[in-house]
Design a protein around this ligand. Structure first.
Ligand SMILES: *Cc1c(COP(=O)(O)O)cnc(C)c1O
Length: 415
């Protein structure tokens, strides 16, 4: 399903997207279609659906009408040319890279990636894909890591947990100049704060589990083609997918070699939950960003807090870059270190509203001691290299009333 350029604002587009595609019985939402198989009156039409000469569904592993409706929404949010949805964000990343890269290829990846993505890249390295990590806050580090075999540069807009902001525009210009596929994970910013297309990304990844779904009740991931990358310059497109327009080559290979063959398919029920959650994405992001900015500024002034990482603070090394790229909003994730002698677990236990939980982008504010949980497997040495202190606390700020949140942090610090 392709989508024309976005004519309305983001929320209007989301609210009316399903109706534009002719929803059954006038329903306001795309129905949940759990059918695995799809029957055809004319056997030739089934053949045409297989051959891609006629639009149609064949088997649920390759997608459903419900996930297709969500794909159209994500395409509109990212101003792209098409989207493939997956069961999780990790499935989106894994299926995409496994379907596009081969042994002998080289990839430059951010040094500050989501932990599971780093772990996945370790697995890819074992399959013969060479990967170099670079500090992506400066394009010079990416340029220094490039090789003649570099096919992909992969990074996140804002890193987790320490919120480094990538040198997004200049790395995009470098990739364009060298004909390298630029893949940007936009999960932390969401399409409300940022469209990676504006800095030249060829593919955009979103974990729909986080801000887009927003309610912590469904997993999902998406890969969107922005239409900017020239797939004729990519050497690994299979002959079978070269018959269509070159603009379709990348996503076709990702859908067939990735989604169809590896099977990390989004459940129709999940697509429905995420689509409903996404209706309030822009409203939630405004509130989340306002809460986070206020909390980060307040925390920075407390004597019991040694350091705060948040792109909205003037003290953040990439504050000016974030201000320019993200329209004066800085996201919902912050990290901080408590002063010497305050135990991070005791502090988290004193918080009443903030839930001790991994996950981010939920409506509820969540806190976690990162070194002992999500970065435990990495080991102390690599943590130190990433600047992750043993006492670092990550907060994913929710939509609670800001006064209540501040009061909760105040009582937990005072004790
Ligand atoms: C959570 C997350 C992912 C993975 O998404 P899942 O839906 O949990 O599989 C990838 N990248 C970033 C930046 C994330 O925060």
């Amino acid at each position: 399903m392709t989508t024309p350029p976005r004519q309305h604002g983001l929320t209007t587009t989301l609210l009316h997207s399903d109706r534009r595609f002719g929803v059954e019985h006038g329903a306001m939402h795309k129905p949940v279609h759990p059918s695995v198989a799809f029957g055809y009156e004319d056997a030739r039409d089934l053949a045409a659906a297989f051959q891609g000469t006629k639009a149609g569904y064949t088997y649920g592993r390759s997608g459903s009408p419900t996930s297709a409706a969500l794909e159209a929404k994500i395409t509109a949010l990212e101003q792209g040319t098409g989207t493939v949805c997956f069961a999780t964000g990790m499935a989106a990343i894994g299926h995409t890279l496994l379907s596009l890269l081969r042994a002998g290829d080289h990839m430059v990846a951010s040094r500050f990636l989501f932990g599971n993505t780093t772990s996945l890249f370790g697995t890819l390295a074992l399959q013969g894909i060479a990967i170099d990590e670079a500090d992506v806050t400066d394009v010079a580090n990416v340029e220094a890591a490039l090789r003649p075999t570099t096919r992909v540069v992969f990074l996140e807009t804002v890193a987790n947990p320490r919120t480094q902001v990538a040198d997004l525009a200049r790395i995009g210009a470098l990739c364009a100049e060298r004909g390298i596929l630029y893949i940007v994970d936009n999960t932390m910013t969401s399409p409300v704060l940022f469209n990676p297309k504006q800095v030249g990304a060829g593919l955009v990844m979103n974990s729909l589990t986080k801000y887009i779904g927003g309610h912590g009740n469904a997993l999902g991931g998406a890969i969107t083609d922005t239409g900017l990358f020239d797939w004729t310059r990519f050497p690994h497109i299979h002959e079978a997918y070269r018959s269509a327009k070159p603009a379709m080559w990348g996503l076709t290979q990702i859908r067939k070699k990735g989604l169809r063959d590896m099977g990390g398919t989004m459940a129709p029920e999940s697509a429905h939950h995420i689509a409903v959650g996404a209706e309030t994405l822009a409203l939630r992001m405004e509130r989340i960003c306002a809460n986070a900015l206020r909390l980060a500024g307040w925390l920075e002034q407390q004597p019991q807090v040694a350091h705060v990482d948040y792109p909205g603070l003037a003290s953040h090394p990439q504050h000016a870059r974030a201000a320019q790229l993200f329209g004066g909003r800085y996201g919902g994730l912050l990290a901080f270190e408590l002063a010497e002698g305050i135990d991070c677990f005791d502090f988290l236990n004193r918080l009443q509203l903030v839930v001790s939980s991994t996950h981010l982008g939920d409506n509820r504010t969540l806190g976690i001691a990162v070194a002992h949980t999500i970065y435990f497997e990495m080991g102390r040495e690599k943590r130190a290299a990433q600047g992750i202190a043993e006492s670092l606390i990550r907060i994913s700020v929710g939509i609670e009333d800001a006064d209540d949140l501040l009061a909760d942090f105040a009582q937990a610090l005072a004790a």
